[in-house]
Design a protein around this ligand. Structure first.
Ligand code: SAH
Ligand code: TMP
Ligand code: ZN
Length: 415
């Protein structure tokens, strides 16, 4: 395939339908986003080319290369869901909603894909409802088990789902949060859900929404783990392909803007008006059009230029800048923009497992949160912008003492 200007674009095929994927955003060579390394570790770092495309047939937005799942999700996977109190409340409400609506029958059963430390299932357990969490990352799975949650340290996939269905019977609800977009093998996933779900059961998942990413130019939602960036249009197509139907959608204010999808077997439930409304809205704003996505990529390029210029200006003026929260998202920003310890002195983070380590790729030191409060910098580059309200409320003394927040989403600005 030859481009208009004669260049040969990289070609990829869609992980859902096998048709051609058109690339629109290239974020360069990147490390595994949550692989923090000891300063003395000089072994060669695993890297891959992080680029995003859209399927010309089914509209699924996806990475054009795939990082092996064991490189990302292993015993020491450092992301712990309950770090955010706001998210803990969100998942308590989610669990309560299931308990009140879907789990009222005789001996209900709920399965969660990617339960992490049990942030959602602990409420289900407290209610005495039968449940099972899938969590391949050993350390967080152990935390879930310690909280009394039943957990299997496995990746969810067709074969294991069938095993569970045979041993424990069908589920009323299969749920996933910030996990389903991590799973490239959607065919195996949907066949597993098919094997596991009651005839009128539901598969519910909530993931970063393409609509928010484009609207806010939140390009740092793109990293190794986020293989897909879903929209109602693409999820409906995928569900239909595997014998299911998209029956509800709900926008969520978490993680910078997500969409919760409810999927049922074809004909089992009446689709809500919200589905048609959102599909119409996505069509109206040309969300899955290449022109829209290329304009988004141009804005991303602009943010890089401005952010680097701002950091260089602050450095020249002798200002101290530190990063706030060593998020997975920060790996994309730092490595795409080429921002290292010369521009960002260190990154503070509340996760003990990350302390004393270096950020992937750019090797910026990660330090405890106490180092932030004990010697406030002049500027804090907020990598946890998706938790801005929670963070800014917590750090009011930083600002009252003259500190400033530096943000890059939706554009580069000082607050
Ligand atoms: N649901 C939690 C955790 C999200 S992080 C929350 O929303 O906060 C994603 C989690 O999914 C990680 O803990 C990771 O280990 C797990 N995961 C990744 N691939 C998976 C798969 N194929 N099956 C089940 N869990 C998976
Ligand atoms: P994420 O939820 O955006 O992926 O961010 C998780 C990381 O951010 C995790 O390493 C903990 C860190 N973090 C802080 O250091 N302080 C905070 O107040 C919050 C909310 C997160
Ligand atoms: Zn496709």
């Amino acid at each position: 395939m030859i481009d208009q200007d004669g260049a040969t674009p990289p070609s990829a095929t869609c992980r859902v339908c096998g048709e051609r994927v058109e690339e629109f955003l290239d974020l360069g060579q990147q490390p595994v986003s949550q692989r923090f390394r000891a300063p003395e570790d000089v072994s060669e770092e695993f890297t891959f080319r992080l680029a995003v495309g859209i399927c010309t047939a089914c509209t699924m937005v996806q990475l054009t290369s795939e990082v092996p799942r064991e490189e990302m999700f292993h015993h020491d996977y450092p992301f712990i869901s309950s770090t955010s109190r706001y998210m803990a409340q969100h998942f308590t409400r989610t669990a309560q909603h299931f308990l009140d609506t879907e789990l009222t029958g005789n001996d209900p059963f709920v399965v969660e894909i990617g339960c992490n430390d049990g942030i959602m299932l602990r409420t289900i357990r407290e209610a005495g409802v039968r449940h099972l969490g899938f969590e391949p990352s050993g350390r967080v799975a152990e935390m879930a088990a310690e909280a009394g949650v039943r957990v299997r340290t496995d990746f969810f996939e067709e074969v294991i789902a069938k095993e569970v269905a045979a041993a424990e019977g069908p589920a009323d609800v299969v749920y996933g949060a910030n996990t389903i977009c991590h799973i490239p093998y959607l065919g195996s996933l949907f066949r597993g859900v098919d094997a596991l779900l009651k005839p009128d059961g539901i598969f519910v998942f909530e993931e970063p929404y393409l609509g928010d990413v484009v609207e806010k130019t939140s390009f740092d939602q793109v990293y190794d783990e986020h293989f897909y960036l879903f929209s109602a249009t693409s999820v409906r197509a995928a569900a239909n392909r595997f014998g299911f139907e998209l029956v509800d959608v709900e926008r969520l204010p978490v993680h910078g803007g997500e969409l919760r999808y409810t999927i049922a077997r074809r004909g089992a439930r009446k689709p809500s008006a919200a589905v048609e409304a959102l599909l119409a809205e996505e069509a109206e704003r040309d969300l899955t059009a290449l022109t829209t996505l290329r304009a988004f990529a141009d804005r991303v390029d602009g943010i890089r230029t401005e952010l680097v210029a701002k950091l260089q200006e602050l450095k020249a003026a002798g200002r101290r800048v530190v990063g706030y929260a060593a998020t997975a998202k920060s790996a994309t920003v730092l490595n795409y923009c080429g921002i290292g310890p010369d521009l960002v002195e260190y990154i503070c983070d509340t996760t003990p497992a990350k302390h004393g380590l270096l950020s992937p790729g750019q090797r910026i030191p990660v330090r405890p949160h106490a180092d932030f409060t004990s010697a406030h910098p002049d500027y804090a580059l907020l990598f946890a912008w998706n938790h801005a309200a929670e963070v800014m409320a917590k750090e009011s003394e930083f600002v009252s003492g003259g500190g400033r927040w530096l943000l890059y989403v939706p554009d580069v600005r000082v607050m």
